[in-house]
Design a protein around this ligand. Structure first.
Ligand SMILES: [Zn+2]
Ligand SMILES: [Zn+2]
Length: 296
């Protein structure tokens, strides 16, 4: 589990042999397989829960196939990189998901995000922490039961370094079309996003996700509800990814505000994208804007 630089391409890659043994249970419970995220499974192993009527409604557990581990001895000997990897289970119900959740359910999920982020990012060996979500198999999920993941790292990953570097020269987003906003967040489509259909939910107040206050949790829950209702309306319940970009704790960048990337996975990518490092954005911005904008 080590970050190395590929000698052929110069790109960084995280080497981890354990991850390849992950079981893929997209066949799911429907076909008689147990789901490790359903109530009754892994109950004793919770790192965090929010409970209602004596039952958990969200729950964080260790990832069984971590991308990084907290082996401090190996890390100090420079034999591996360091980090913690958890699964954030978002509902008790096997098939409920971001397309169905109420604002209250989203609030509990974001409270879990905050709690786990503060704990994992607070580790002195950690330089960066990311929360991300893969929904459905073609967006990279190996389990159908709604969950996100959090991974802390002893290094700053290339994508976030790139954003901070860009921000020193330019504004981060270029021309943006605002589709909805509230007191604490702006939701917009960047015209030149890396992947077609990407939307950004940007906090107005802070660079660091761990600063999120209760009233901002309510506003973010509302933004999630609104966006996922819209995606459902426009594209149906398609696979998607989200990830939260927060400023690394040891870097100053006053212009940087923490934000959520929301990426509906409309198309697939293959040889062209892998061979060139380019993604084709075929988005008709005006058309998407007219479908998504709620404040016209
Ligand atoms: Zn389940
Ligand atoms: Zn970002």
């Amino acid at each position: 589990m080590k970050l190395v630089t590929n000698k052929h391409t110069g790109r960084q890659v995280l080497i981890n042999k354990l991850r390849d043994s992950r079981e893929n249970d997209f066949i799911g419970k429907e076909e008689g397989k147990e789901c490790p995220f359903c109530p009754g499974e892994n109950e004793e192993k919770a790192n965090f829960t929010i409970e209602e009527d004596g039952k958990w409604v969200v729950k964080a557990i260790d990832n069984k196939y971590p991308a990084l581990v907290t082996n401090i001895e190996e890390y100090q000997k420079n034999k591996c990189d360091y980090g913690k990897h958890e699964v954030l289970i978002e509902t008790r119900e096997h098939l409920r998901n971001f397309y169905d959740f109420t604002i209250e359910e989203f609030e509990n999920i974001i409270k879990m995000y905050r709690n786990r982020f503060i704990e994992l990012d607070g580790d002195e060996n950690v330089e960066y922490t990311i929360i991300y979500k893969n929904h459905l198999k073609s967006a990279g999920a190996s389990k159908i039961h709604s969950h996100s993941q959090i991974l802390s790292m002893s290094f700053i990953p290339p994508e976030i370094k790139r954003e901070i570097k860009t921000l020193k020269k330019y504004s981060l987003w270029g021309d943006k079309k605002i589709i909805t906003e509230n007191k604490n967040f702006e939701v917009f489509i960047p015209e030149d996003s890396y992947l077609s259909g990407e939307m950004i939910i940007e906090n107005r107040n802070s660079g660091r996700f761990n600063d999120i206050k209760d009233e901002e949790i309510v506003d973010l829950a509302e933004s999630f509800k609104e966006i996922f209702s819209k995606i459902n309306e426009v594209y149906g319940t398609i696979p998607f990814n989200i990830y939260i970009h927060s400023l690394p704790k040891n870097i100053k960048s006053p212009k940087f505000k923490w934000h959520v990337h929301v990426i509906p996975r409309k198309g697939k990518f293959g040889g062209f994208e892998l061979g060139t490092g380019l993604y084709v954005n075929s988005l008709d911005l005006d058309e998407m804007y007219s479908k998504f904008c709620t404040n016209k």
